[in-house]
Design a protein around this ligand. Structure first.
Ligand SMILES: Nc1nc2c(c(=O)[nH]1)N[C@@H](CN(C=O)c1ccc(C(=O)N[C@@H](CCC(=O)O)C(=O)O)cc1)CN2
Length: 284
């Protein structure tokens, strides 16, 4: 068996076309959706991602605010900026790029973002609404994974899904999204015993480790015909790669996402979708 490729570029384009239409519709009501991004520090990867978010927003007709702050920016200054954006009626979505510098408490910052403008879906309010199956603004990467699975009509009900990640950004939100779809979910992490044995039971593997020295998803860990969703992005010899030994795993899986060109573009597209959703909520 050779896996079929799950193209994040294709599905992201589909999402963006729908977002563009929604932006045009909002504009007929006099509303220009506006996304404010905040980047603290000079991490090159974070700058790449924020640049991509800014560029995509502009392509879709979404107005933007682009706050780029020195790594020495103080926590109270960042809290004041978030409050300013919360109170700015022209701003519909607020995104603080993660990770933040070590001297800043990420939870304190995220917890200050208005839930109505939480286009990352990371506030405790958004997390609680997700747990209750009531969230309108969901974290972008997990939402992108679900969008990919649905676009390619990959069945979820009753399936054994193994997630290798337990972060607030990916693994934890994915649990609730998959439970909503009646999947059976196992969450693995750095302390999990005999990870390969658990992986071999999986109908669907969602891996998001991002450190190939620590973990590589090998073909002998994948059941024949399993679906592999690779969320990770790391660099091997300067080349972008995921967790999977792609060419080998592709020979076992039925579906697989590439890196680049898989989940990554979906993160951006779902952020745009969340921004339009937030603008629609605020329109009332
Ligand atoms: N506030 C947030 N911070 C971070 C998030 C997030 O959702 N909210 N997610 C990640 C990084 N991320 C978005 O910020 C992100 C990662 C990867 C991509 C992407 O398009 N990757 C491309 C390759 C891009 C490249 O050439 O490097 C791909 O996989 O095809 C987009 C966004 C952490 N921080």
């Amino acid at each position: 068996m050779v896996a079929q490729i799950i193209s994040g570029l294709t599905v992201a384009q589909d999402v963006k076309e729908r977002v563009k239409k929604a932006v045009e519709e909002l504009k007929t009501s006099g509303i220009i959706p506006c996304l404010a991004t905040v980047l603290v520090g000079d991490d090159p990867a974070s700058a790449t991602y924020v640049n991509s978010k800014q560029k995509t927003a502009k392509e879709l007709g979404i107005a933007t605010r682009d706050h780029r702050l020195a790594a020495t920016f103080k926590q109270h200054e960042l809290l004041e900026l978030v409050q300013l954006l919360n109170n700015d009626p022209e701003v519909h979505g607020i995104l603080v790029q993660l990770p933040l510098p070590k001297h800043i408490d990420e939870f304190a910052i995220i917890n200050t973002i208005s839930p109505l403008k939480d286009v990352d879906g990371l506030t405790p309010y958004s997390a609680g609404m997700l747990q209750n199956g009531m969230a309108l603004l969901k974290p972008c990467t997990p939402s992108g994974v679900m969008e990919l699975l649905d676009y390619y009509k990959i069945a979820l009900e009753g399936k054994d899904v193994v997630i290798i990640n337990r972060s607030n950004l990916v693994g934890k939100p994915l649990v609730f999204m998959l439970l909503e779809r009646n999947a059976t979910v196992t969450v693995c992490h750095s302390k999990t015993r005999d990870l390969p044995a658990r992986l071999r039971q999986a109908d669907i593997i969602i891996t998001a480790v991002g450190n190939r020295e620590r973990f590589t998803l090998k073909a002998d860990m994948v059941k024949e015909g399993a679906v592999v969703i690779d969320v990770a992005t790391s660099r091997i010899n300067g080349k972008l790669a995921g967790d999977a030994d792609f060419e080998a795993v592709k020979q076992k899986a039925s579906w697989i996402t590439p890196v680049p060109g898989g989940v990554g573009p979906m993160t951006i597209a779902m952020l745009m979708k969340n921004t339009v959703t937030a603008a629609s909520i605020l329109r009332g």
